[in-house]
Design a protein around this ligand. Structure first.
Ligand code: ATP
Ligand code: MG
Length: 334
């Protein structure tokens, strides 16, 4: 499908994150509803072409657990990626709307994410790198799918905001700058599952203000340089102000009100907590199978943490396979 920007009619805003924004559009020639992700990039023409080439992998993804991609194109100074529209949105919005997610649904989310990770890695050698509730989507057919995986190293390097990855779901080894593997995604899955089951982010002493600061933390993770010290996660006040004015001059709205302030101490504390303290767990009122699975995802040492394929053999995933829970019916309740 050769998608042109002028063929897309904007219907609604779906949200925005650190990399850009997402709008619901109709592709007029075919009548297809799509989610158009708009990413402002800061790269020269050759790099832009390289990004488009790298995004090709997305078009080749064929899995019921991965968002399908209709096409991507340059619309200077942005790159637009047109993907399958998921009418029930992302799980962060879902739990904010309906509260803690039924554990039967959380179980199916776990299974879908594992299957998606296995597909991406086995078929395309892709590590997702950004597993979190906002990148797990649901539709009214009851399908659960992953989006926003790290297909393009060049895109990651070129995002104008230079913000890449989200700290609060990062594994201890990633915080410490160690080699990134698919097991880091498993950690993020563990945090995500606890968050969905509780209906809130599992690290208790972080308030909303801190989280919005956190979303503004810069993590310079690219292929040439990996942070090795926690200070790498903090950008200076000046650098932050510079980025904000750059965003402003490019007409990007300033998403976080407190963005001119340096990240508060508790963010660094949170980083410390993730590295030093015991991992979060599901409370004891949840079934043993669920607790056992989450504990396995949240092993702090990546050597002790299982791969997605091994995790599929856990008892809780048998429950997922045998589940008679009707996701379609569930999705019709909100
Ligand atoms: P971050 O930038 O930190 O990764 P994010 O994932 O929330 O945060 P975006 O990826 O820009 O940011 O997405 C913004 C919002 O758009 C998401 O929270 C989600 O609710 C919505 N969204 C994204 N893709 C789709 C889609 N394919 N269908 C429906 N809604 C979507
Ligand atoms: Mg996203």
């Amino acid at each position: 499908l050769d998608i042109k920007n002028e063929d897309l009619k904007k219907l609604a805003d779906l949200g925005h994150g650190n990399g850009g924004s997402v709008v619901k559009v109709e592709h007029l020639p075919t009548g297809t509803l799509m989610a158009k992700k708009i990413v402002l990039i800061d790269a020269k023409a050759s790099v832009r072409k390289q990004i488009l080439r790298e995004l090709q992998i997305m078009h080749e993804c064929r899995s019921e657990y991965i968002i399908s991609c209709y096409g991507s194109f340059l619309a200077d100074p942005n790159i637009c990626i047109c993907m399958e529209y998921m009418d029930k949105g992302s799980f962060d919005n879902i739990y904010r709307k309906i509260g803690p997610i039924d554990i039967n649904v959380v179980c199916l989310v776990a299974q879908a994410v594992l299957e998606g990770l296995i597909y991406l890695y086995d078929t395309h050698r892709i590590i997702h790198r950004d597993i979190k509730p906002s990148n797990i989507l649901c539709n009214s057919d009851g399908a659960i799918k992953l989006c926003d995986f790290g297909v393009s190293g060049e895109l990651i390097n070129s995002i104008a905001n230079t913000f890449v990855g989200t700290s609060i779901y990062m594994s201890p080894e990633r915080i410490q700058g160690a080699h990134y593997s698919v097991k880091s995604d498993v950690w993020s899955l563990g945090i995500t599952l606890v968050e969905l089951a509780l209906g809130r982010f599992p690290f208790c002493d972080v308030d909303d203000d801190d989280l919005s600061d956190l979303e503004d933390l810069a993590i310079t993770e690219n292929h040439n340089r990996t942070p090795t010290h926690r200070d790498s996660f903090m950008i200076s006040k000046q650098e932050k102000a510079k980025r904000m004015s750059r965003r402003k001059s490019k007409g990007i709205p300033n998403m976080t009100a407190s963005s001119a302030d340096p990240p508060s101490l508790s963010i660094i504390e949170l980083m410390h907590q993730i590295v030093r303290e015991p991992a979060p767990r599901l409370p004891s009122n949840f079934d043993d199978e669920a607790q056992e699975f989450v504990d396995a995802c949240l092993m702090k040492d990546p050597h002790d943490r299982h791969s997605p394929r091994t995790l599929l053999e856990y008892r809780w995933m048998d429950d997922a396979r045998d589940s008679s829970f009707d996701l379609k019916e569930w999705a019709s309740t909100f």
